[in-house]
Design a binder for this molecule. Structure first.
Ligand SMILES: C/C(=C\Cc1cc(O)c2ccccc2c1O)CCC[C@H](C)CCC[C@H](C)CCCC(C)C
Ligand SMILES: C[S@@+](CC[C@H](N)C(=O)[O-])C[C@H]1O[C@@H](n2cnc3c(N)ncnc32)[C@H](O)[C@@H]1O
Length: 265
């Protein structure tokens, strides 16, 4: 039994109940670590087909949504920027084009296979400014950067996938410069039943069957459950204010199927 558990029991002045392992704090930590490792493995598995399936399944629209997300950060020439959960690098490349060679882009992800794709795309590209991108294998819940460092931050389809949304938002707040913005793009957990029905029908009837053809049915089935367990736009705004952001605005896009939270520190 941990010190914290003992202290809580003493505070309650009760005979200490036998706390079975599944409820101990350590058990919770192990559960989180295991889930995180399973998620890391999921994104490693889908890395080879991730970009192509996004293009096919969204009819290329996801590239427009990502451009909008980057524009909302206000990133400009010479800025220091961060793309959290960068994956294959889509938003990092867009940030790179905004900040130019005298700017800086850090792309962070905990999937080594996703980062390999990002790095290969960078090597194969003839776009000069892409030299300003650095790829980092790391955890969005424990960013390896000092406080108040970045002029702009993006997080595309990442917040829904991390194990602790509040901690991720706290990390973004910590490393963002005061007065600067972060732009968080993801699926929208709509409060409109019809929108949710359409979104779920598309995932069930189009996305998963196509992914099944690549042996990735279970990986893409995860999309639906992860959206169901996500926060609505209103809840994301409330979380942002609770973490300490001075402003938070959620924009629904793609007819409410997607959403983008813009926060100002
Ligand atoms: C870029 C997109 C999704 C990225 C993405 C995020 C995840 O959390 C995943 C988890 C597990 C497997 C894959 C992913 C993943 O790819 C959004 C576009 C790609 C989507 C896979 C397509 C979803 C279809 C939409 C419900 C509706 C598209 C409407 C469009 C106007 C046709
Ligand atoms: C759906 S992909 C998004 C990739 C890219 N941002 C885009 O918009 O296409 C989600 C990414 O988040 C990463 N990820 C999930 N949890 C993470 C964490 N705790 N720390 C770092 N990366 C994480 C996954 O490895 C994956 O590459």
């Amino acid at each position: 039994m941990t010190t914290v558990e003992v202290q809580v029991i003493k505070l309650l002045h009760r005979r200490p109940p036998r706390i079975s392992p599944e409820y101990s704090i350590f058990r919770h930590r192990n559960f989180t670590v295991r889930c995180s490792a399973e998620r890391q493995a999921l994104f490693n598995r889908i890395a080879p087909v991730y970009d192509n399936l996004n293009d096919v399944l969204s009819l290329g629209q996801h590239r427009i949504w990502k451009r909008m997300a980057v524009s909302w950060t206000g990133a400009k020439r010479g800025d220091s920027t961060l793309d959290i959960c960068c994956g294959s690098g889509d938003l990092a490349f867009l940030l790179s084009e905004k900040v130019g060679l005298d700017g800086q882009v850090m792309g962070l992800d905990f999937s080594s296979d996703q980062l390999l794709v990002a790095s290969s795309r960078q090597q194969e590209s003839s776009t000069p400014c892409y030299k300003n991108i650095e790829w980092l294998e790391g955890d969005a819940l424990n960013l390896p950067f000092r406080d108040d460092y970045f002029d702009a931050i993006t997080m595309g389809y990442g917040l829904r996938n991390v194990m602790d949304k509040e901690r991720a938002m706290q990390q973004i707040f910590r490393v963002l410069k005061p007065g600067c913005k972060a732009s968080i793009l993801d699926f929208n957990k709509s409060r409109e039943p019809i929108t949710s029905l359409i979104q779920e029908w598309m995932i069930d009837s189009i996305v998963v069957p196509v992914a099944t053809g690549f042996g990735l049915a279970e990986e893409y089935k995860y999309l639906k459950s992860s959206i169901q367990e996500f926060l609505t736009g209103k809840e994301l705004e409330q979380l942002a204010f609770a973490v300490g952001f001075s402003d938070a605005k959620f924009y629904e896009i793609a007819g409410g199927l997607m959403g983008n939270l813009v926060v100002t520190r």
